[in-house]
Design a protein around this ligand. Structure first.
Ligand code: ZN
Ligand code: ZN
Length: 188
């Protein structure tokens, strides 16, 4: 593999450049994925317009965080994955040690690790995400559908929190991903 790749680099407010950068190096517990699909999340649009995100990305930085692809390299300590495997990785992983993680509120983690760089030929998936939030994509699921795992997970969490049941009447507020997915299980 050539050690250069094309990637979108965010430099600041509405300043994005597609340029040649080095293919990320992987550590002992990391995985390198060849990106097959990368999506544009509402958060990416917000970050592009503002030029930053307090916790998720500090420019200049590789951009994009929802992806699915194939494993092309693995660190020597990685277990449970193999070369060529179709995978989807979430963009973050909690520490599972802090006050909030111990109470099951991983979304509030004091030390949430974020990963960016999906708008590129390759992306490094850091070990903490490999251990907690990297999944094999079954053969019958497309890369495009698999890459939606993060928004889908948000919706499923929302459904659990609201205790919504099939047959309930619901009001859908907003036109975001959540609104679309809420229509499914309920009668409207
Ligand atoms: Zn997202
Ligand atoms: Zn934590």
């Amino acid at each position: 593999m050539d050690n250069q790749m094309m990637a979108a680099v965010l430099y600041g407010k509405e300043h994005l450049e597609v340029e040649s950068v080095e293919v990320p190096e992987i550590g002992h517990g990391d995985v390198l994925v060849r990106v097959k699909t990368a999506l544009t999340c509402g958060t990416d649009v917000k970050v592009f317009r503002r030029g930053y995100h307090a916790r998720m990305i500090v420019p200049p930085a590789l951009f994009g965080h929802e992806l699915a692809g194939d494993i092309v390299a693995l660190g020597e300590n990685v277990r449970g994955f193999r070369l060529g495997q179709r995978v989807v990785a979430a963009n973050s992983a909690p520490c599972q040690k802090c006050f909030y993680c111990r109470r099951g509120n991983e979304n509030l983690c004091d030390d949430l690790l974020f990963n960016n760089g999906a708008y590129a030929e390759y992306i490094r998936i850091p070990s903490r995400i490999v251990e907690r939030n990297l999944y094999e994509v079954p053969a019958h699921v497309s890369y495009e559908d698999a890459a939606l795992i993060e928004p889908l997970a948000c919706v499923l969490r929302g459904l659990e929190e609201t205790s919504i049941q099939p047959g309930d009447s619901v009001a859908v507020i907003g036109l975001g991903q959540t609104g679309l997915w809420f229509v499914g299980p309920a009668r409207v």
